[in-house]
Design a binder for this molecule. Structure first.
Ligand SMILES: Cc1ncc(COP(=O)(O)O)c(C=O)c1O
Length: 456
């Protein structure tokens, strides 16, 4: 596209687009950023400026990097042949991807297609509600979620959201959702206890008992909390959650929308912790953003609960997602998975993830403003504080300034934002799974400069 046309595009964007998650007022006098191309980890804006993208498309999505012609070809070939049919019928890539996905998820069995993370999570909630109606006279309908976790943007997924600022002004919410505390040792007075993981998980048992176990259907958790501050659950946490859920007959719904497909160095985040989920949802990395596809996966046992004589007009999962029938989604997902395997990207994530953590610890030694460094694989965060002793969080505006400084230097980093009152103070890094040591050095160098500028 010629530069003069790009100016028109920026003008059209400025006058007619309503962007996600941003205040538009500043764009009355300046231009929004328009991203026009990408290759590998790098993107270019409409002014031709190149950036190293350390957050995989802003929201940990483009796992295999930009410019993958083989995914584009797979989608093109599929949609020319058969673009869409409602998923009450099947399609070829849908069946093929389901089988390959289940191969990576021992114990899981059934794949249900949708098109966003929020939607996949809503399916999980609907399963629990319907199961309660079918088996327990509606009683076991409550869904437990955790402080700081996020499960989506719809009113019901916000009802299951542990990020108060995201929920602000959008209530009233769907009833039947109950919160448990987060498990971030750094922000919990019990955090130094060697048994902290077990104790934090026991909060779940307290809530189940307080609510009455007969009313609790499931607990929906991120395996590692993403936008709530990159929180890797402490040792013993997941094992204890599993025990508690087995004891009270509570289903485990794991939201892998961010961790899914390799981000943490295994196919799924929960696989680090030996937990056995009943429901797993995933979206962003499933096709690395090359197609809008999300997936809910369940066990065969759960699936079987919905088998009945066809004459029973209510005893099956009466849910549909129009675009869950887009055949381009699983076609992209199949090729995305092939790339992860062919290029040994899980190994790369483990090696580069360790390197990134080491480099972040170096930064922590150098800059007192870093209070805590956390992460697994290429999914890392650095929490910024005013004072290491008191752990007083750095103000969101200053944290935003660090990200803006990095952007000025040509590196896009992420940060928790407008999610948790007072605690929007974590820098987030999730470069594509293909990233190299040189990329990490470039990312860390930019943060180093930005933190130096912050101190001056
Ligand atoms: C953990 C998690 N779950 C669910 C969602 C919602 O996904 P979507 O924006 O595709 O609806 C997100 C989005 O950021 C997420 O981080």
């Amino acid at each position: 596209m010629k530069p003069e046309n790009l100016n028109d595009i920026v003008g059209s964007d400025r006058h007619h687009l309503w962007h996600h998650l941003v205040q538009h007022k500043p764009w009355q006098s300046s231009d929004p950023m328009v991203i026009v191309e990408g290759k590998g980890l790098r993107v270019k804006d409409a002014n031709g400026r190149e950036y190293l993208d350390a957050v995989s498309g802003g929201v940990w999505t483009v796992n295999v990097g930009y410019g993958r012609e083989s995914i584009a070809d797979a989608v093109r070939d599929q949609i020319v042949k058969m673009c869409y049919f409602a998923n009450s019928a099947g399609n070829i890539p849908g069946a093929q991807f389901a089988e390959k996905l289940i191969d990576k998820m021992p114990g899981m069995s059934r794949v249900y297609y949708a098109n966003s993370g929020s939607e996949a999570n809503e399916k999980g909630f609907k399963l629990v509600r319907q199961l309660a109606a079918l088996k327990n006279g509606g009683k076991k309908h409550k869904i437990i979620y955790r402080d700081r976790d996020y499960h989506g943007t719809t009113i019901t997924t916000l009802s299951a959201g542990g990020q108060a600022q995201r929920k602000d002004q959008y209530g009233p919410f769907t009833p039947g959702f109950v919160e448990i505390p987060h498990c971030l040792a750094y922000r919990d007075p019990r955090g130094d206890d060697p048994d902290y993981g077990v104790k934090a998980a026991q909060d779940l048992e307290k809530v189940i008992l307080a609510e009455d176990p007969d009313t609790v259907g499931s607990v929906c958790l991120e395996p590692i909390t993403a936008g709530g501050g990159v929180i890797v659950p402490p040792e013993g946490y997941w094992e204890t959650v599993q025990e508690i859920c087995s004891k009270y007959g509570v289903l485990i719904h794991i939201d892998e929308v961010v961790c899914g497909m390799g981000r943490t160095g295994k196919w799924f985040g929960y696989q680090h912790f030996g937990v056995k989920p009943d429901i797993v949802t995933m979206a962003k990395g499933v096709a690395s953003g090359y197609a809008a596809i999300s997936v809910m996966v369940t066990t065969e046992d759960l699936f079987n609960e919905f088998l009945a004589e066809p004459s029973d007009q209510l005893h099956y999962f009466r849910d549909i997602s129009t675009f869950g029938g887009c055949a381009g989604g699983p076609a992209a997902a199949l090729e995305n998975m092939r790339i992860i395997e062919a290029e040994n990207l899980l190994d790369n994530v483990n090696r580069m993830g360790d390197y990134l953590m080491d480099r972040l610890y170096e930064l922590k030694d150098k800059h007192a403003v870093i209070g805590d460094v956390r992460g697994k694989g290429l999914f890392c965060g650095a929490e910024l504080v005013r004072d290491r002793e008191t752990r007083e969080p750095l103000e969101e505006g200053l944290v935003a300034g660090v990200a803006a400084d990095c952007l000025q230097q040509g590196v896009m980093i992420g940060r928790t934002n407008r999610s948790l009152p007072q605690y929007n103070n974590t820098l987030c890094l999730s470069p594509a799974l293909i990233c190299s040591k040189d990329d990490i050095d470039e990312i860390v160098a930019a943060i180093d400069v930005a933190l130096g500028n912050l101190a001056n």
